[in-house]
Design a protein around this ligand. Structure first.
Ligand code: B4P
Length: 184
């Protein structure tokens, strides 16, 4: 069973590659960013609470995201594997996930660290132009990535779960590297 977590700065290609890899492996692509954006569009309670954080490039409070991930991982289609994209984003969320997977009797998840330099990701995100893709908000997201998310690289490396892929290549090259690394 394949359980993968995508780590990396905003714009490294997590969403892009996680979607392609999930289709290739016939497992669900679970993107916390996509679920939150859908909740905002549907004006649900969760969406209304998350919006101001996302607009500023801040992380949405743990409890909201953790409840959302727990509910999603308990769905029938997630019983045969999954790709988590955008979660965990900080050590507290990683600890939550570790405990949740023990409770669900799941394990063996691998973590893919997809990296790319700041200048490259800033350019990509400015080119995409989502609501939270303004230069000021992107810089804030990168700062949060460095402070909160990058420590997860050591966290998962210490647990021998980390695989690293260079995100500063064409989408096809990254996808090819990903297929090789998960097959190895
Ligand atoms: P996300 O939706 O996860 O957004 P992201 O980190 O900016 O990356 P994304 O996956 O969208 O972009 P990608 O690199 O694929 O998070 C958005 C917000 O949601 C966060 O700021 C936060 O507020 C909230 N949130 C989400 N999860 C949370 C959590 N766990 N806890 C708290 N808050 C949470 O691609 C970017 C662009 O690059 C695209 O245009 C793509 O086409 C292009 N691209 C990709 N690969 C390329 C390549 N190889 N070459 C050229 N271009 C490429």
């Amino acid at each position: 069973m394949t359980r993968l977590i995508f780590l990396g700065p905003p714009g490294a290609g997590k969403g892009t590659q996680a979607k392609n890899l999930a289709e290739f492996l016939y497992i669900p692509h679970i993107s916390t960013g996509d679920i939150l954006r859908q909740a905002i569009q549907d004006q649900t309670n969760l969406g209304m609470q998350a919006q101001s954080f996302m607009d500023k490039g801040e992380l949405v409070p743990d409890k909201l995201v953790e409840d959302m991930v727990e509910e999603r991982l308990k769905q029938p289609d997630a019983q045969t594997g999954w790709i988590l994209d955008g979660f965990p984003r900080k050590v507290t969320q990683a600890k939550f996930l570790g405990e949740l997977l023990i409770n669900l009797r799941e394990g063996g998840e691998k973590v893919i660290n997809l990296d790319a330099p700041d200048a490259v990701v800033i350019n990509r995100l400015l080119g995409r132009g989502r609501k939270d893709d303004t230069e000021e908000v992107i810089r804030r997201r990168l700062e949060i990535y460095r402070d909160e998310t990058a420590p997860l690289i050591n966290y998962y490396s210490d647990r021998q779960q980390l695989l690293t892929v260079n995100g500063n290549q064409s989408q096809e090259e990254v996808f090819s590297d990903l297929k090789n690394i998960i097959a190895a």
